[in-house]
Design a binder for this molecule. Structure first.
Ligand code: NAD
Length: 370
């Protein structure tokens, strides 16, 4: 959900009139009454909420005609500013529709990772929760305990957990698995991850060659690795995976399909009862056998491929997302007129703005600033 009672109060404080669709907050435990008390007007449906809007705050991109029950896009008024996780990659159709509809669109997941933008960083706020939740998903289907237990009836060994990808989600998964008492190791292709993994009490597993030492972009993201590196990495991972009880996959490369790190043979090498939770499922999966949106069992190994894992911890996901939105919107609002005043030269604006003035303007998606 894109607003909580708390964020409505802040938006009202910015001078906005806030309109919420009835029932929209129920999945995140926010009632219509709570929105009303915070100062929002609650209207019966999406069409009423969108009518006359200057700014539209959404979680995901609006659906186009034929995609769902409602053609949300056609309900957004011309000239309105749309802010959300718009997933512009490989979606030229939506971009063209925003441009044609005269919509000023901003993709929140493109917020640059600079200090000033940390409070707007939706990838971090959601990945952190997803990493935590992934471990709980694993624990709930794993037929054994995580911590070592020494009991009168005998000793229960600790679970062995491997976390693949030690970004925001992976580091939280490591911390959560450690809190539950597991023996944790983790892998990443960015050298900076090594110290972070070790500082959480996990061991670091990676092929640390020359390519690895240079494998981080200026923005702090992973680069796509060479075929040679991936082969060496796969051999090391194969050896590691077969000793694990739980594998938590979080490896992503912005704008690309997720790298496949756990192949069919690796899954088959795992002990029956083992669990793989693939947070990369929506982007194709880090495990070759993952079925996005499904939990499957393959020769005794459970592979959890839930989509939208932050949505499985919806109240906190909404609370943090709503705060990210307020933080993003605040500098776009003119303090005197209370209207929008977008500074087209600001680094956060140029990094996130997809369409403006009827055109695609983002250079990463075929647009140009002029
Ligand atoms: P992400 O979600 O894009 O990817 C998750 C992890 O997968 C990354 O650590 C990546 O290196 C790793 N990965 C990619 N390919 C891999 C492979 N083949 N094998 C193993 N691991 C692989 O990453 P993220 O969580 O968004 O974090 C990316 C970086 O941005 C991190 O350095 C993070 O600390 C940094 N960050 C900075 C800020 C800030 O400065 N404001 C905020 C958040 C994150």
């Amino acid at each position: 959900m894109a607003a909580t009672a708390d964020s409505v109060k802040k938006l009202v404080g910015l001078g906005a009139t806030v309109v919420v669709e009835s029932g929209a907050g129920l999945g995140s435990a926010v009632t219509d009454e709570a929105y009303r008390s915070a100062g929002a007007e609650v209207v019966p449906d999406a069409a009423a909420a969108l009518a006359g809007a200057d700014v539209v705050l959404k979680v995901r991109r609006p659906l186009r005609a034929g995609e769902g029950e409602l053609d949300e896009l056609s309900l957004i008024p011309r000239g309105a500013t749309l802010i959300g996780i718009l997933e512009p990659y490989d979606d030229a159709e939506s971009l063209a529709a925003y441009a044609a509809g005269g919509i000023e669109s901003f993709a929140l997941e493109l917020v640059p990772r600079i200090t000033r933008a940390q409070s707007m960083d939706v990838l971090s706020s959601q990945a952190n929760l997803a990493g935590y939740r992934a471990v709980l998903e694993a624990a709930s289907v794993f037929g054994r305990a995580f911590p070592m237990m020494m009991t009168a009836a005998g000793t229960v060994p600790p679970a062995r957990v491997l976390v693949m990808g030690a970004g925001v989600a992976g580091l939280q998964a490591i911390a959560t698995a450690r809190r539950l008492g597991a023996v944790v190791s983790a892998t990443d292709v960015r050298p900076a991850a090594k110290e972070q993994v070790q500082s959480l009490g996990a061991s670091f597993v990676a092929v640390e060659d020359e390519e690895f030492k240079a494998a981080e972009t200026a923005g702090g993201y992973a680069k796509e690795m060479s075929a040679e590196y991936r082969a060496k990495q796969a051999a090391l991972i194969a050896e590691t995976v077969k000793k694990q009880d739980i594998v938590i996959c979080t490896a992503l490369i912005p704008g690309r399909k997720a790298p496949v790190l756990v192949d069919e043979a690796m899954v088959r090498s795992m002990k029956p009862g083992s669990v793989i939770v693939d947070l990369a499922a929506e982007r194709g999966g880090n495990c070759a056998l993952t079925r996005p949106g499904e939990v499957i069992e393959d020769q005794g190994v459970t592979i959890v491929g839930h989509r939208n894992v932050p949505g499985r911890i919806a109240t906190d996901a909404s609370a943090l997302y709503a705060r990210n939105l307020v933080a993003f919107l605040t500098p776009l609002v003119d303090k005197d007129s209370k209207g929008l005043k977008v500074d087209g030269t600001d680094a956060i604006v140029t990094a996130t703005r997809l369409t403006s003035g009827g055109r695609v303007v983002h250079p990463g998606f075929g647009g140009s600033a002029e």
